[in-house]
Design a protein around this ligand. Structure first.
Ligand code: PAF
Length: 289
């Protein structure tokens, strides 16, 4: 049986056969260029489901003008090897006309947790993701779908999408994975030069600084955010935001913080030598312990 295909009909047949055998199915949607972070999502999917489908599709609708759609990293053979090695049963290299057939005429406009932060800088981003993820759910009807906490706002947006559109799929959150230097694993890290990488370490370092201040008793959100921003600016990065938000709905924190760190999340986006890096953590879970 093929373990990789561009044939949607074949993927749907395999899923139907598994379902007839009462096997549970997890989907791991990706844009390819798989790295350790993706592998951890696939491993988690394999732990919680009988069969794992990995989709690979560079979704054009989530890229804005001037973004890196044309040069987004591609690695067909590496993706296949890594996905199967991590526990995928089938890898679907989706084609544009399968996801967006010529008469496709729907665009989802997410709000709630999708408002602000990334949307302030990439207005098309979450609409494109919500639309492609809804399409994947409709085409494959998985029991579960796994998304990484690396894209924390995306994760919250998809949980909201599932609730609002009543998709019968469990959304599983997978912990963020870091490269050995502390930078969150991301396909776009491939764009960083050696010098850029050592500068980009300021992103997890900014989270670390804010976490250290939280651990030392600082409970003023404005002060904690300023501490993170300062580290980014000192390192010569261009921050889009360093924010402290309620973890549940990503609303801004009003007033002082309570002592329960689980209620909050630091979220950061900054550009380093032309490469945009996002990261996040709980105030009690700094990138470096
Ligand atoms: O997280 C990603 O790689 C993408 O945003 C996703 C969820 C695969 C949609 O294109």
């Amino acid at each position: 049986m093929a373990s990789s295909t561009a044939d949607l009909g074949l993927v749907q047949q395999r899923i139907a056969a598994w379902r007839a055998d009462r096997l549970s199915i997890a989907l791991v949607p990706t844009m390819g260029a798989l790295h350790r972070g993706h592998c951890s999502l696939i491993e988690l999917a394999a732990q919680c489901s009988d069969r794992v489908v990995v989709s690979v599709f560079i979704n054009p609708t989530q890229f804005g003008k001037g973004e890196d759609l044309a040069r987004y990293p591609k690695d067909h053979d590496g993706d296949l090897r890594k996905a199967l090695g991590a526990g995928a049963d089938i890898v679907w290299f989706a084609q544009s006309d399968q996801i967006y057939p010529g008469d496709f005429a729907t665009a989802i406009v997410p709000s709630g947790p999708a408002k602000g932060l990334e949307s302030d800088h990439r207005p098309q981003f979450f609409g494109g993701i919500a639309t492609v993820v809804a399409r994947l759910f409709g085409l494959l009807r998985p029991d579960r779908a796994v998304f990484g906490e690396k894209d924390f706002q995306q994760l919250r947006m998809i949980e909201q999408l599932k609730a609002d559109l009543a998709f019968e799929v469990d959304i599983i959150a997978a912990p963020l994975v870091r490269d050995p230097d502390g930078i969150a694993s991301s396909s776009r890290n491939a764009y960083l030069s050696k010098a850029g990488r050592s500068k980009a370490v300021a992103v997890p370092a900014a989270l670390n600084d804010a976490c250290a201040a939280f651990a030392a008793g600082e409970r003023d959100a404005t002060v904690l955010q300023r501490i993170g921003l300062q580290r980014l600016l000192e390192a010569g990065l261009r921050p889009d935001y360093f924010a402290l938000r309620y973890a549940a709905d990503l609303q801004p924190v009003n007033g002082g913080l309570c002592d329960d760190p689980g209620r909050y999340r630091f979220l950061v986006a900054a550009t380093c030598d032309g490469v945009r890096i996002i990261d996040n953590c709980r105030p009690d879970a700094p990138p470096w312990d």
